[in-house]
Design a binder for this molecule. Sequence first.
Ligand SMILES: C[S@@+](CC[C@H](N)C(=O)[O-])C[C@H]1O[C@@H](n2cnc3c(N)ncnc32)[C@H](O)[C@@H]1O
Length: 220
Amino acid sequence: MINRQVEDSAYPANAVRLPQELWIQPVNNTSDVLRDDPDEHIPHTTFLFRGDAQLEDVIDLGLQAYREGESEHQFSVVSAGSSVGAEAYGVLAYLSAVAPDLGRVSLVGVDILPRLSDAAQAAQYRTTRPFFSDVERDPADTLPRFGFALEPYRDPIITSGLYSVDASKIRDAHDVEFRVGDLRNPNLEIPEANLILANNLLFHLSPDAAETVVRNLLVS
Ligand SMILES: C[S@@+](CC[C@H](N)C(=O)[O-])C[C@H]1O[C@@H](n2cnc3c(N)ncnc32)[C@H](O)[C@@H]1O
């Protein structure tokens, strides 16, 4: 938080800034999509606008390289370890705000667990706790500007301050696909991309597995 505030002063007043990270979980029939299976040992947790300021910088670099290349191809993104799609929709929301001329962006998310990819495709979430503190703004002030539809969400225990978050409009404005695959598999087909995001993926893999994943992503 302190870092973000310091960095804020360095940004031009009219720069598009992502909202701060927002904890969400998918809304579906099972409601336990993000559970940690004892035999998997894989953390799935994710936030909307994961690593906000850092994410902006990475996207800006990818965009700059794309512009300099004067490519006629569609701008393309891979979200490696896409979980329930929070990173994917955050990236698309930001790209639409800073580079609307790109039109439809191609985004492929890859995750090892089918239930996560299904939830990502569904694009229906809810916030998980009230967000009315000094440092956290009400998501209703920021998310609709980035294309997310919000409605009050009633939880049996917390009765105010929660929202359902619908990212389907963002999904449908782009060419979005969530695939199931193990990124350690060298035969996995990963499309070429202008921007490859692998936020919070490598740290929980063994050094050998992490190296294989990076190699696979770079070959793509
Ligand atoms: C901690 S989450 C990070 C999600 C998102 N990238 C973010 O930063 O918010 C890590 C994700 O990587 C996925 N994952 C772990 N190992 C994987 C592998 N070998 N192949 C594909 N996905 C994997 C997990 O299922 C999980 O959804």
